[in-house]
Every structure is written in structure tokens, then in C-alpha cells.
Design a protein around this ligand. Structure first.
Ligand code: KG4
Ligand code: ZN
Length: 338
């Protein structure tokens, strides 16, 4: 079955074609980062308008790269939420209209399920069950994943998400938007041990996170120093070290609590090199297996939506998208609207 996937929940338009037997055939992405950068963050209305501009050209592009035509599409998956309402509406309405014209079914995909299943696109995918650490711009969650759609929340952030903490800290250090990759880049030049920041909630006895205090600690440090390049790098290093330690230790605790030995890292922060180093090191030491999506599928993309949608359509069957008529229809069966 050939599924077209459309992601438009935030500031990236992603489109992909996934075939249940042949795998990922093509994917394309347009990032709006440059457009939002001058405002220091995502401007929802601009995001929606840009999705409108990009979604059809990207769809043509993936069809041409995969050597397919519109008529080959057998189902359409789109991000139903969570995300920016206007941005989501673009993907949803394009998916619904195309599906109507092509007479194929649609499936609305949960954006985080897309992230969570993205490592399954890799050559050596994890088998269920596993623990997933979902670290994106809006979420920091530990999840027990038994199968597709079988998710139990083990821990959540009480305030800022990990990506949000990266972005806000980067802004404090004058690194602009989006902060995560920029902060991680300068952190490499930081002097280890120059500053030490708190490890929030490490001893809380549960699997929850809290990152807003870390941002405040960075603000205090920043006020105490003249921010030259080296101080910025030293603070960035200390911030990254603290956040990585909390994420690794809590994930290890989640593996222990569930008795599972496979860990999936998903979402934008999963692209962070120091985070990956720390998890690889822990996995070798503590004998568990760790799985990541490839770097470009850590952040938002259409491939994860096409894949998650295809998995759902395969499991749920393909709802017929036709024009229903009822040659036999009992008047008494109508829903009571009183
Ligand atoms: O998953 P994602 O693309 O979008 C959401 O669903 O939110 O995640 C975006 C987040 C942003 O906060 C961004 O700063 C962060 O992921 N991010 C990173 C890195 N790359 C992206 N954070 C730390 N290090 C990175 N290399
Ligand atoms: Zn995302």
C-alpha cells in the first residue's frame, strides 16, 4: 500500500511516500527556519501561509522522485495534532481534498506517534516493547511502548520541554532561533567544569522532568559575567551537560522500572550529539540497546507521518472513501437530535 504523508504541525512542511512493502520511496522537506528567525520564534500565521505555498510542490516532488503518479496513492496520512491550529489545517485540508478527489482513505496521525515510530524506518529497527524518550520542542516524555497505539506515560515535564529549554537558553545567550543546534555547536568549544548547573528533579524519585529552573540558573550566570564568546560557550557546555545527564539518568530509571532493555530516542533534541554520546556510553555500560532515527528524521518530517499512517491503515484496514448510499434505510434508525 502506498501512503502519502503530510506534516505541517509547526515550522516545517514535510511530505513523503511510504510503501508498506517497498519502504520509504521519497521524502522532501521545506524548513521555515529562515523565515521565522528574524522574529526570534515561530509566527503561526506566517507558518500557515508558507505551508500553503509549499505542500503541493513538495507533493509533486516526492511523486516524481518515487516515479509515481497521484493515481498510485492508496492512502493519505496527515498530522492531525498536536501543533499550531492554522498550520495543522493546511495539511488536513490538503489531505482531505486530495483523498476526496482520488477516492482514497485518510488517516490523522498524532505528531508524537510519528516521532516515536521514526526509528522503525531504520535498517535495524527496534522491536516492541521498548521505552521511548520523546524530546521535542514541545514535549519531554518517557513512554512505555508495547505496540502501535499502546503507549503508557511514565514521566513528563512539569514545565519547559527539553527543546524549549535549549531554545530559551540559546536566546538568553544571544544565539537566535532555533536555539538547540546553535547552542550545541558552541557548547563543543566550552571549557568542561568551568561552570556547574543544577540537575533538576534528578532525585525526585519519579520519572518527571523540570527544566525551567535550569534556564533561570543560566540567566543568573549570564548576568554575573560579560558574555564574550568563551563565556557563552562555557555556559552552553554546562547547560548541555546538565540536561543530558538528567535525560540519561531518568531514561535509565525508566528502563529499570519497566524491566525493558530497549530504548528509543525520538524528537528534535535526539539529534544532539552529546546526548547521543551519553546514551551510547550508557547503553554499552548497562547492556541495553538504544535506537535513534537518522538525524534528518529526529526533527519534524513527512516520512514519520507517512510511516505511522501506513502502520495504522494496515492495522485498522482501509476505510472505504466512497459516496455512501443506503438503498435500504430504516427511518427509525436515524440519530435522535432532540
Ligand atoms: O521534534 P521537533 O523538530 O519539533 C517539535 O515537535 O517540537 O523538535 C524541535 C526542537 C527544538 O526545540 C530544537 O531546538 C531542538 O528540537 N533541537 C535540538 C537539536 N536539534 C533540534 N536541541 C538540541 N540539540 C540539537 N542538535
Ligand atoms: Zn516534532
Amino acid at each position: 500500500m502506498l501512503v502519502l504523508g503530510i506534516e505541517s504541525s509547526c515550522d516545517e512542511t514535510g511530505v513523503a511516500l511510504y510503501h508498506t512493502e517497498r519502504g520509504l520511496l521519497a521524502h522532501a522537506l521545506h524548513s521555515q527556519v529562515a523565515m521565522h528567525a528574524e522574529y526570534g520564534g515561530v509566527v503561526p500565521e506566517l507558518a500557515s501561509r508558507d505551508h500553503i505555498r509549499r505542500v503541493l510542490p513538495l507533493t509533486r516532488q516526492v511523486l516524481s522522485e518515487a516515479g509515481c503518479t497521484l493515481q498510485d496513492i492508496e492512502g493519505i496520512a496527515y498530522t492531525e495534532g498536536p501543533g499550531l491550529a492554522g498550520a495543522l489545517l493546511v495539511g488536513a485540508s490538503v489531505a482531505a481534498s486530495l483523498a476526496y478527489a482520488l477516492k482514497v482513505p485518510t488517516v490523522g496521525v498524532h505528531h508524537l506517534e510519528g516521532h516515536l515510530l521514526a526509528p522503525l524506518l531504520e535498517p535495524n529497527p527496534p522491536v516492541f516493547p521498548f521505552v521511548a524518550l520523546l524530546v521535542s520542542g514541545g514535549h519531554s516524555q518517557l513512554m512505555e511502548v508495547i505496540g502501535i497505539g499502546q503507549y503508557t506515560l511514565l514521566g513528563d515535564t512539569l514545565d519547559d520541554a527539553a527543546g524549549e529549554a535549549f531554545d530559551k537558553t540559546a536566546k538568553l545567550l544571544g544565539l537566535g532561533y532555533p536555539g538547540g543546534p546553535a547552542l550545541s555547536k558552541i557548547a563543543q568549544l566550552g571549557q568542561p567544569g568551568r561552570f556547574t548547573l543544577p540537575r533538576p528533579m534528578l532525585k525526585s524519585g519519579d520519572l518527571n522532568f523540570s527544566f525551567s529552573g535550569l534556564k533561570t540558573a543560566v540567566l543568573t550566570l549570564a548576568k554575573q559575567h560579560t558574555l564574550d564568546d568563551q563565556i557563552r560557550a562555557d555556559i552552553a557546555h554546562a547547560f548541555q551537560e546538565a540536561i543530558v545527564e538528567v535525560l540519561t539518568k531518568k531514561s535509565l530509571a525508566a528502563l529499570k522500572q519497566t524491566g525493558l532493555s530497549r530504548l528509543v530516542i525520538a524528537g528534535g533534541v535526539g539529534a544532539n550529539a552529546q546526548l547521543r554520546d551519553a546514551f551510547n556510553h550508557a547503553a554499552a555500560q548497562k547492556k541495553f540497546a538504544v535506537f535513534y532515527p537518522k538525524l534528518e528524521f529526529c526533527t519534524d518530517n513527512g516520512a514519520m507521518i507517512a510511516f505511522a499512517g501506513a502502520m495504522r491503515m494496515e492495522k485498522q484496514g482501509r476505510p472505504a472513501r466512497d459516496f455512501p448510499i443506503k438503498p435500504r434505510w430504516d427511518l427509525e434508525s436515524l440519530v435522535n437530535l432532540a
